[in-house]
Design a protein around this ligand. Structure first.
Ligand SMILES: Cc1cc2nc3c(=O)[nH]c(=O)nc-3n(C[C@H](O)[C@H](O)[C@H](O)COP(=O)(O)O)c2cc1C
Length: 370
């Protein structure tokens, strides 16, 4: 039985356990896309909790691919140095530093969620077709040249990520952003080779993955985050996700990070604990590829069961880590596995005494002197 605290490897990278921090946009750059002290504090304070993987938020591969003007970016060489500071600090506390490369497509040019509405001044958004996300501006349908330039931007961003010291790259193919909008027939109405049937709609994801794979080191894992379903009648389906995962695997993608939704305001999401885990399990068994499960995974026992039952190879938490940056330590205590967690020596006394207290309660012995 695989354990939440057992190591896991993809290519040349070994993760010390199966717990990772899911990418979370912080909308905290000035307007130049460079990471700030906020990103450093945010990511390192979670990395230090003993997680094995920290995925830095959606980082735009072009300026127009940002969700908001304050998004993180990696579209220029000037971004390498500040990203290197982030990646180095995450690695220094033992977690694998990763980056999510993104293009927001027709969902770009917005304000941060706490402000809402369109960015001002905004910019022309891009999409596979001139079909707007409900309430957003209509994107310009991408030309062949736009598509080639965007794939090249993903490749250049991947090379910069390698230079910055990230050890895993995730391509953002979920939540209605550009790659996802090519996959779904609801947003992709093209009738050229980039749309139409399954082959055409998956071409952008496959060609981007192929090009990025060829540009990064052999021992570096490549992950693609997908929305396994649009949760809309007539939209992208879990069956299609399984077939896409098979193809991505053949192109050298090492794992699929399985999310869902975000493409249409008409979605009916069956929210509940672990609601995306069945999608992850379907991709894992159907395509024979490792998967990362995410979405309302909040309890240590729940996370342990997902791994032990073979539904996923790793669990990611997002909001859980906003509430409890040291969730991994809490999980180790709850599951009696403080032995397996790399608690930094500076924090050792806080957590070892808690572990000892839990054990003492179990055996009815007095608390140790602190
Ligand atoms: C503040 C915030 C920012 C997010 N930003 C991203 C992002 O940059 N990329 C992404 O793929 N998902 C993003 N998500 C989605 C999360 O990664 C995660 O998939 C989702 O919140 C479900 O997991 P949870 O229930 O553990 O929060 C974000 C979620 C939150 C709460």
């Amino acid at each position: 039985m695989t354990d939440l605290f057992s190591p896991f490897a993809l290519r040349g990278v070994t993760f010390r356990n199966r717990i990772g921090v899911s990418p979370m946009c912080q909308y905290s750059c000035s307007e130049d896309g460079k990471p700030t002290d906020w990103h450093l504090a945010h990511l390192v304070s979670r990395a230090v909790s003993g997680v094995s993987l920290v995925i830095a938020e959606a980082s735009a591969v072009t300026p127009e691919g940002r969700i908001t003007p304050r998004d993180l970016g990696i579209w220029g060489d000037e971004h390498i140095r500040p990203h290197a500071r982030l990646a180095g600090a995450i690695a220094a506390v033992g977690a694998v530093p990763a980056i999510q490369l993104a293009h927001a497509g027709r969902k770009a040019s917005r304000r941060p969620p706490w402000e809402t509405g369109a960015a001002e001044p905004g910019w022309q958004t891009l999409g596979p077709s001139a079909v707007a996300f409900e309430g957003f501006a209509t994107p310009r349908a991408m030309s062949e040249e736009d598509i080639a330039a965007t794939i090249a931007a993903f490749v250049a961003a991947a090379r910069r990520s390698v230079q910055a010291g990230y050890r895993l790259i995730e391509l953002h193919g979920a939540h209605g952003y550009l790659m996802h909008s090519f996959l779904s027939p609801l947003s992709n109405r093209r009738n050229d080779r980039w749309g139409g049937d399954f082959e055409g709609r998956t071409r952008f994801a496959c060609e981007t993955a192929r090009a990025v794979r060829a540009a990064i080191p052999e021992d570096m894992p490549l992950v693609v985050r997908i929305s396994h379903t649009d949760w809309v009648e007539g939209g992208w389906t879990t069956e299609e996700s399984v077939e896409l995962a098979r193809r991505l695997k053949a192109l050298g993608v090492d794992a699929i990070d399985v999310s869902s939704g975000g493409l249409s305001a008409a979605q009916k999401v069956p929210l509940g604990p672990g609601y995306q885990v069945p999608g992850a399990a379907a991709v894992r068994s159907g395509a024979g590829i490792p998967v990362l499960a995410v979405g309302l995974i909040t309890e240590p026992e729940q996370a342990q069961a997902i791994i032990a039952e073979g539904k996923a190879d790793m669990v990611l938490l997002a909001r859980g880590f906003l509430r409890e940056p040291y969730w991994a330590m809490k999980a180790a205590v709850a599951l009696g596995r403080t032995d397996a967690l790399a608690i930094p020596p500076q924090y050792e006394r806080g957590w070892s005494s808690l572990g000892a207290m839990a054990m003492d309660r179990a055996v009815g012995e007095p608390l140790p002197a602190l």
